[in-house]
Design a protein around this ligand. Sequence first.
Ligand code: TPP
Ligand code: MG
Length: 600
Amino acid sequence: MNADKTVKLADYVFDYIKKLGVKDIFMLSGGGCMHLCDSLGRSGINYICCLHEQGATIAALAYSHYKNDLGVALVTTGPGSTNALTGVAGAWAESAPLMIISGQVKTADISGKSGVRMLGFQEAPTVDIVKPVTKYAVTVSDPRKIKYHLDKAVHIAKSGRPGPVWIDIPLDVQAAKINPAKLKGFKPAKEPARSLKKEALRVLSMIEKSQRPVIMAGYGIRISGAVNDFLKLIKMLGIPVLTTWKGADLLTDENPYFYGRPGTAGQRGANFILQNSDLFISLGARLDFGQIGYEHSSFAREAKKVIVDIDPAELNKFRFKIDMPINDDCGDLIREMLLLKPSPKNCRAWLDYCSQVNEKYPVVLPQYRKKKKYISTYVLAEEISRNMMNGDIFVPGSSGMCSDIPMQVFKFKKDQRSLNSPGIGSMGFGVPSALGACVASGKKRVICTNGDGGFQLNIQELETIRRLNLPVKFFVLNNDGYASIKTTQRNYFGGFYVGSNSTSGVTLPDTIKIAQAYGFKAFYLDKTSAIKKVIKKILNSKGPAICEVMIDPMEAVAPKVSSAVEADGKMFSKPLEDLYPFLPRPEFLKNMIIKPIKEG
Ligand SMILES: Cc1ncc(C[n+]2csc(CCOP(=O)(O)OP(=O)(O)O)c2C)c(N)n1
Ligand SMILES: [Mg+2]
């Protein structure tokens, strides 16, 4: 671009994004973004045409996750923008720097404060709609401020706790001529120099004084680019580490300090470890209800708690005392601790306890492998995990058993990534996330487990995957609808099914026919004895593939925290260590180091 000449604003936008290093943009065109589409086409950036804006924004979110950098989507006015919302809410929940560029009707045609709903058509008050789920959202009304808004949006999206930003550009502004040399930018305020040495020393001293320390490793470690430093640190410290679902791929299963993934649908051993600890250190984990349970009062109740989170609001939400809240970047604390070269903690007895509870309570039980009529999701997930290679990408659908069970079962290998969105927990993330991850990785192999229900949402992106001939392998779990909802209806509504399976209003089309219609290789799996062979075949097949797997329609997630309904209708949850199916009480008590909560 010649700095002395004027250029079209839309051209400037994509030139700017290209210079940021963004190689791919997910889009769906429209008249309301016609200049932006034209400019993107001419920019040299690879553009991927999704078939629904929700698909485009979710794909851009997964792209951002994989690269730990900006993901970008381009959408049109009105419905194009409202359709994009779920991916944006996802990026908000999942702390991803997602940038949406949208078209808007001409400045003169914006209904604004006129009182009418819209003056023309395909208009929406986009910025007002997206404000609560974005870190920065603006309609660019003055073409001369485009650089300012782009600078600011990118800075905000990537700094602190990352999140989505939205730049809405009216048609006339898209077409406006600007002189790049005369544009004013945005300069972020300088952050005051700070050191976390004091905090690092204190955490190390707390570890030294503890007997049963545990680290909860969250996705924040990856966001702050500290994965390798973290691995070095835990090797030095030699204390047990648990991960969140979002941080599941931080540690391989072979790491000697990895002891599992706790939670309300967590592993029994990991929950015993968490609850019996006397020092709990959380690094970049949000610690939501799924991770630490609904009853804050019973969570790690005898442990001193150190919680490191860059978002101050997260530190204020807990209904228990935090002994040491650190409102800062967990990566900086990790690096500071490394500099102090801590010596290994001698906690052999505690490490032995951790190994023992994990060995005692495997997730995949022998009886699951003996199923004759159907396949157990547990056995399927175990076998998929076993056959995945170093560097493969795993995408669980983001809601339902297809996402919960793999998080209990999976054993991650070297350089594998798990791209999930457990925060937003939305159906319909599987297909577009697999697309975005595959593009971001330069066409690495992607394996996705998807519920038969969730598969229907954003199914249109199968065509995008086929068009690009991406090596994405879907396992679609046919369990006659919404298993997670069926479980709830069995547990709390006496088995009265409403809108959850084929007898209560939810019918689903034939997966094999879908695979064929979309030009995917199709596989079918209905026998446990055939799992190994079929999985190998699918994983070794070239290009995209779909495998329908016949799952027991009555299968449920286990173990899991159970809730009970009190006489007044209120729900209460058992403590995290006491998962359903309940252990015989004497056995349960044997595993407890801290004081158990009285039954009844
Ligand atoms: C967009 C969206 N709508 C509704 C829900 C509520 N919901 C949670 S799980 C679930 C059922 C998912 O069914 P399926 O994808 O087949 O997974 P399964 O539980 O059967 O493994 C539903 C409807 C949701 N999470 N997301
Ligand atoms: Mg299902």
